[in-house]
Design a protein around this ligand. Structure first.
Ligand SMILES: *Cc1c(COP(=O)(O)O)cnc(C)c1O
Length: 363
């Protein structure tokens, strides 16, 4: 983007001049690139998803002229069935990032501060600034774990990524229940973007806690990052707040392709489960191989690992991998500037990473 001068900025709303937007992981167009930087799934979505898209395409001349269902009820129904909840417990959005934005607007603009860990999804501070949400940041412990006792103080809401990102560490359901019970008067959001890779979902707690919102996405475990479908599960009085925000912003966030394709994904549970098992098995193998090379790796329940090499600067290592066509995510931030976040690829892709490190970089 070209540089905008202060003079040109006079047209901008004053608060927009102050925004510090989220910076997504890069999507470079380099040949033979091994992209292990944005936690995309290395496998294609279910063939049923592709069929469903082709079906919409075949009827494109008829249907694209018409608005989609503003409520996306077919999609909500498919999610309700897969998650074993009633349809009035489901909210859908254009990616879970949009669902999270609506969550911040619907619940967190309070007198008291929103609580979240110092190391977590970096969109939370961005939304907090965007919506004017007060925050109180609570450090993870020395093992990069969330300490439930820290979340037993006055607050205007709590948001926790589980498994956490970029640490990959999962928090058990008993700890989550402890936090829910200590906060009967504030909304507790569990962002489960990576839950399908080995953590326990809090969806089963939704009926028991009237202050719980669970947020998930099709981007990672369903290989649909390009489709933009996320959802939240909560009791109807919380869903109603999200619907009110959504219908004050964009009544038709889910297009016809997104609805049809995501429905097909939720209906093909067998494909989804088999694919997740493959990613988990590849993760365990990669952890073993990298440990042998001297890496320290946090215990992962996600489709990525968070790894450091005591003998080498992490930023340098990321640069050297990049020079060899492998990109991983490096965060130049306090406490984590000696770690790399590495997305789990196929076994062949992971092997290329290991071989490059072993034969080329760490010799
Ligand atoms: C990827 C991710 C999201 C966003 O997912 P989309 O549905 O693609 O918008 C939300 N939260 C966390 C923690 C993520 O890693």
């Amino acid at each position: 983007m070209s540089t905008i001068t202060t003079e040109q900025m006079r047209f901008w709303s004053p608060e927009v001049r102050e925004l510090e937007p989220y910076v997504p992981g890069e999507q470079p167009k380099i040949q033979n690139l091994l992209k292990l930087n944005t936690n995309e799934n290395p496998y294609p979505p279910s063939p049923k998803v592709v069929e469903a898209v082709q079906k919409v395409l075949a009827n494109a001349a008829d249907v694209l002229r018409l608005y989609p269902d503003p409520d996306a009820s077919e999609l909500k129904q498919a999610i309700a069935k897969q998650q074993k909840v009633a349809i009035d417990h489901v909210f859908v959005g254009n990616g879970s990032d949009e669902v999270l934005a609506h969550i911040f607007k619907a619940f967190f603009i309070q007198e008291l501060p929103l609580l979240y860990p110092d190391i977590t999804y970096s969109f939370y501070p961005v939304y907090s600034q965007f919506f004017g949400v007060k925050t109180k940041i609570l450090p993870l412990n020395d093992n990069f774990e969330i300490v439930p006792d820290d979340y037993k103080q006055l607050n205007g809401g709590i948001i926790i990524t589980n498994p956490n990102a970029p640490t990959s560490i999962a928090l058990g359901l008993s700890a989550i229940e402890e936090i829910l019970q200590a906060n009967p008067d504030s909304v507790v959001v569990i962002d489960e973007a990576y839950v399908d890779f080995g953590a326990e979902s809090a969806v089963n707690l939704v009926e028991k806690y009237d202050n719980l919102v669970v947020c998930q996405t099709t981007s990672k475990s369903r290989s649909l990052a390009g489709l933009r479908v996320g959802f939240a599960i909560a009791q109807p009085h919380l869903i109603a707040a999200l619907e009110a925000v959504k219908n004050s912003f964009n009544s038709y966030p889910m297009d016809r392709f997104a609805i049809a394709a995501a429905v097909a994904s939720f209906e093909d549970q067998a494909y989804f489960e088999a694919q997740n098992q493959k990613v988990i098995a590849s993760r365990e193998q990669l952890v073993a191989q990298l440990s042998e090379l001297g890496f320290k790796i946090l215990p992962s329940s996600a489709n990525f690992i968070f790894a450091s090499l005591p003998t080498k600067d992490a930023a340098e290592l990321a640069t050297e991998l990049r020079a060899r066509g492998i990109i991983v995510r490096y965060f130049n931030k306090p406490r984590i500037d000696q770690y790399l976040r590495i997305t789990i690829g196929t076994d062949e892709q992971n092997q290329r990473l290991v071989d490059t490190l072993k034969n080329d970089i760490l010799v």
